[in-house]
Design a protein around this ligand. Structure first.
Ligand code: ASP
Length: 603
């Protein structure tokens, strides 16, 4: 037996009917999209996953007509009838099935439906809360249904390409031990071992490394990951990654398979040929030129210039102070920005202040090459020449200056680059991929709650990332400079994924733990299984993970991550459909040996 094309209850998909089916008797089934009842004749638009077709019921089939009078939007019906050409002038070119209609001989109600909470159409004006609470209705809307299909096509391409290259799909546990990726863990109390808990994996990182020790050589998984973070607009507490690891390879292999997967997905879902290899930038270059480790390369030009040398002996007070303190002056020229009004410049200064900057200096290049700026009277002619030469600004352009701690100033100006590009429509079309390589191993701890160890440093990637070969012996001595053998893939200013070559030497791994302030004892307790694995013959290995939700967002041009997940959570981590999370069941609590603190605050 083989499965019938549309299920045993139907002969065709509603959206598959065309002129070639005229005079055929068909049976279709689906939801009543709309109903126009003229008494003597009634029209139903019948919708299923394949599309919509018009059904006509008239007195020639009186029972069908009677049923058509009764049905309401979103009822589930099954219609048998004859396909016939629509009369000239009645065709609907905006519908794939618009040349034909189905003249019903019978209409059977399979399920009645409550009045839908909102119309099943793309343009609706309802709150997202209502949509999420009735997600089953929301997902019927054409746009949402299309995204679900797009996502499924993308994962099937991914699986095919991984399979073609010999990657094994291996599942790793969900109930496990903490895997640090810089977030808090979700914990699951254990009933069989009261007082103890599992952690949900922040990623399958440690298991995929152990699979390399196990000789799997090439692994992938479309894996669910869990990170308990304060949610930003583009984050979800549980999300999906394409997780990849390979042995006996290097950065080029990981980059190679990633580019193959992405090129195939873009080609087979959107018909877009992306050019490989993607351009590569070092982290230092990305920060210096674009003020971001995920630069949007659709924005042509608009590169930052670091003006520390130009202003080395400056009389501009703010710049002088910042440079003396070891900071930087970073500039950005905006072509033709001289057309901005004073109010617009003031608005940008306010924008910068809202981002924590003390201010934002600006100037406009005059036709004679001078700079009209509140600061220009403090700048020497040589400095102005230096500004123009470094930023490439010429007559009619605006120049902006950010000054402060170097990374802060660069990130501020990088954000300004994105902001101005969006405001002035300077963002090109299409998809601009790139790799950002050679990121630092460590960064200073800002949020102790999310730090991995107890020292002032925390890993930029994760503590299993290998230093680049020249830093293996010396990373402890210069933690701020040591580079990691890591790579991030970026598209249109989004970090699509990241990975690294791993430490496969147990001693180097132990040194990294120690450097991070993870004592041998704690390392043994938390990661002993990894260290023991590494001591049992670990091949050189590395890998990557790509955020699948983000990837689908790019494919679908969606701006909201919740739109690409069938059953997402809100920004406070709630599922409005099921009402999760829910209050503890006292019996379940007792079973796992826990008691609630009085009035546990609801955050
Ligand atoms: N485990 C990393 C992450 O989830 C990715 C990787 O290093 O492969 O971000």
């Amino acid at each position: 037996m083989s499965i019938t094309a549309f299920g045993a209850l139907r002969s065709h998909g509603a959206g598959t009917l065309r002129a070639e089916h005229v005079e055929q008797t068909v049976t279709i089934a689906g939801w009543v999209d709309t109903r126009r009842d003229h008494g003597g004749v009634a029209f139903l638009d019948l919708r299923d996953r394949s599309g919509i077709v018009q059904v006509v019921a008239d007195p020639a089939a009186s029972e069908a007509l009677e049923a058509a009078h009764r049905v309401r939007p979103e009822w589930v019906v099954r219609v048998t009838g004859t396909v016939r050409a629509r009369p000239e002038g009645m065709r609907n070119p905006s519908l794939d099935t618009g040349d034909i209609e189905v003249a019903a001989t019978s209409i059977e109600v399979l399920a009645a439906a409550d009045t839908p909470p909102f119309p099943v159409e793309d343009r609706i004006e309802v709150s997202e809360e209502l949509r999420l609470a009735h997600r089953y209705v929301d997902l019927r809307r054409p746009r949402m249904a299309e995204i679900l299909q797009l996502r499924s096509r993308a994962t099937s391409v991914i699986r095919r390409v991984m399979d073609e290259h010999g990657f094994l799909d291996v599942e790793t546990p969900i109930l496990t031990k903490a895997t640090p990726e810089g977030a808090r863990d979700f914990l699951v109390p254990s009933r069989l071992q009261p007082g103890e808990s599992y952690a949900l994996p922040q990623s399958p990182q440690l298991f995929k490394q152990l699979l390399m020790v196990a000789g799997v050589e090439r692994y992938y998984q479309i894996a669910r990951c869990f990170r308990d973070e304060n949610l930003r607009a583009d984050r979800q507490p549980e999300f999906t990654q394409l997780d990849v690891e390979l042995s006996f390879g290097d950065q080029e292999d990981v980059i190679g398979i990633t580019e193959q997967v992405l090129a195939a997905v873009w080609r087979e879902t959107l018909g877009v040929e992306v050019v490989t290899p993607f351009p590569r930038l070092t982290y230092a270059e990305a920060m210096a030129r674009f003020g971001s480790d995920k630069p949007d390369l659709r924005i042509e030009g608009l590169e930052l210039a670091t003006l520390d040398e130009v202003f080395a002996d400056t009389e501009v007070g703010v710049f002088k102070g910042v440079l003396a303190g070891g900071g930087s002056v970073v500039a950005l020229a905006l072509p033709a920005g001289g057309d901005m009004t004073r109010r617009e410049f003031d608005g940008l200064v306010e924008w910068a202040k809202r981002r924590g900057a003390k201010g934002l200096a600006w100037g406009v290049v005059e036709p004679d090459g001078s700079l009209r700026s509140p600061l220009s009277k403090f700048m020497s002619a040589a400095e102005i020449d230096g500004v123009l030469a470094s930023t490439g600004a010429s007559a009619g352009d605006a120049v902006f200056f950010g000054a402060g701690e170097t990374t802060f100033a660069r990130e501020l100006m990088g954000a300004l680059r994105n902001h101005l590009a969006a405001e002035r429509d300077l963002i090109g079309d299409g998809f601009a991929f790139c790799w950002v390589v050679d990121a630092p191993m460590f960064e200073p701890v800002v949020d102790r709650g999310e730090a991995v160890g107890t020292t002032a440093w925390t890993p930029v990637h994760h503590p299993f990332t290998a230093p680049t070969p020249e830093w293996i012996d010396t990373f402890e001595a210069s933690p701020g400079e040591a580079l990691s053998n890591a790579y991030d893939v970026v598209c249109n200013g989004y970090e699509l994924g990241g990975g690294s070559i791993r430490i496969h030497d147990r001693d180097v791994q132990a040194r990294v733990f120690r450097f991070l302030g993870i004592s041998d004892e704690v390392a043994e307790e938390r990661f002993g299984f990894l260290l023991r694995g590494l001591a049992h013959g670990a091949p050189p290995h590395g890998g990557i993970a790509l955020g699948l939700d983000r990837l689908v967002m790019l494919l679908a041009a969606a701006t909201n991550i919740r739109d690409v997940i069938a059953f997402p959570k809100t920004q406070s981590g709630a599922c409005l459909l099921t009402d999760a999370p829910a209050a503890y069941d006292p019996v379940a609590l007792r079973d796992v040996g826990l008691r609630l603190l009085p009035a546990a605050p609801k955050s």
